[in-house]
Design a protein around this ligand. Structure first.
Ligand SMILES: Nc1ncnc2c1ncn2[C@@H]1O[C@H](COP(=O)(O)OP(=O)(O)OP(=O)(O)O)[C@@H](O)[C@H]1O
Length: 327
């Protein structure tokens, strides 16, 4: 069952730098009980796409297309309905979300709050008990429920945000670099918890990370974004082990030990920077950094097309069946 579907989603920011097309036509489905990973360097539009789901983008962002949650278009939903959907239908944890904790409220209370708002029949005592259980599941001892945010480390606060995101049993969880700030052991524990929710409770998950080892460890499907578009998509283990887009190949080459959460980005894996979205090059956006480009790549922008099985690539070279692995 398709839980979340992006249909030709575009997000354009308007500001002092003019119009910035941050997301340029994304189509993506998340099935219940599966995890979809979104990979890509900083600035490729991952967070913009995630924030668009729950309409958390600033007013300067114009969103077009459709984002369907269980068939209902989140972009056209009234605010009352949207408020009901947040936390229960879908919740999001993003890196730095820990700064949005209330400084003067104990954390147990903060985790219990969304439960009490969304379930009028729940007693404060039952919500507190449940909050304690959730905090324990993300590795925080029950005594921590009485702490204030400033008494916790950054990693502990991030775990509080993860517990909050799980508080109302959402059908969909979006984790945007949610575990990046955590140390390796805690990260493994949280990833295991999340994977358990996906496989046992049929939750749908979108996991955004620049860390391919995390994505390849937990995702069923992978989508690689570059300059606001998905350039490659397919079963995660295949995408990371045998890329069909030179950008994914270069990203993968930068990770020496895929599957080892301790592995870190090897510097110099991919030379240069992504293009400024306000000044995209002609043709394929990746061409200036691409080692296998051909003449056509400077003239036309390749569409994301199915190349075999469940694998799609937005690369003319891959679409011709040529290898894209570099070096
Ligand atoms: N509020 C904003 N106003 C204008 N431009 C923005 C805004 N937020 C993001 N952008 C621009 O949109 C593009 C996509 O940014 P986004 O944060 O979605 O990328 P990302 O892949 O999630 O990167 P990161 O991993 O660093 O968060 C970038 O060029 C960024 O500078």
């Amino acid at each position: 069952m398709t839980l979340l579907e992006f249909r030709d989603v575009h997000v354009t920011y308007t500001g002092s730098r003019g119009r910035i097309p941050a997301v340029r036509g994304v189509d993506l489905k998340v099935e219940a009980g599966t995890t979809v990973g979104i990979a890509g360097e900083s600035g490729c539009g991952k967070s913009t796409l995630a924030m668009a789901v729950l309409r958390l983008l600033p007013k300067s962002a114009e969103v077009r297309g459709e984002i369907l949650l269980d068939g209902e278009d989140l972009l056209r939903m009234g605010w009352g309905r949207l408020r009901a959907v947040r936390w229960t239908g879908a919740s999001i944890v993003f890196q730095g979300a820990m700064h949005s904790l209330n400084a003067v409220q104990r954390i147990g209370r903060q985790v219990a709050e969304p439960m009490l708002v969304h379930d009028k029949d729940l007693s404060p005592a039952a919500a507190a008990k449940r909050a304690e259980g959730l905090l324990e599941r993300v590795g925080l001892p029950p005594s921590r429920t009485r702490s204030y945010p400033h008494e916790l480390s950054g990693g502990q606060r991030q775990r509080v945000m993860i517990a909050m995101a799980l508080a109302c049993d959402p059908d969909l969880i979006i984790a945007d670099e949610a575990t990046t700030a955590l140390d390796v052991m805690v990260q493994a524990q949280v990833l295991q918890l999340i994977s358990g929710l996906v496989s046992e409770r049929g939750v749908g998950m979108v996991m955004i990370s620049h860390d391919l080892s995390v994505l390849s460890a937990v995702c069923d499907t992978a989508a690689v974004m570059y300059a606001g578009r998905i350039v490659e998509q397919g079963p995660a283990h295949e995408v990371f082990a045998q890329a069909r887009h030179p950008y994914s190949a270069a990203l993968g080459a930068a990770f020496p030990v895929i599957g080892d959460p301790a592995a870190r980005l090897r510097p110099g894996g991919l030379a240069g920077d992504p293009p400024d979205p306000a000044r995209l090059p002609e043709g394929c956006s990746f061409r200036p950094r691409c080692a296998v480009s051909v003449e056509r790549c400077g003239e036309e922008s390749p569409e994301l097309l199915r190349i075999e099985g469940a694998r799609s690539s937005a690369c003319f070279v891959a679409q011709e069946g040529e290898p894209v692995v570099i070096g």
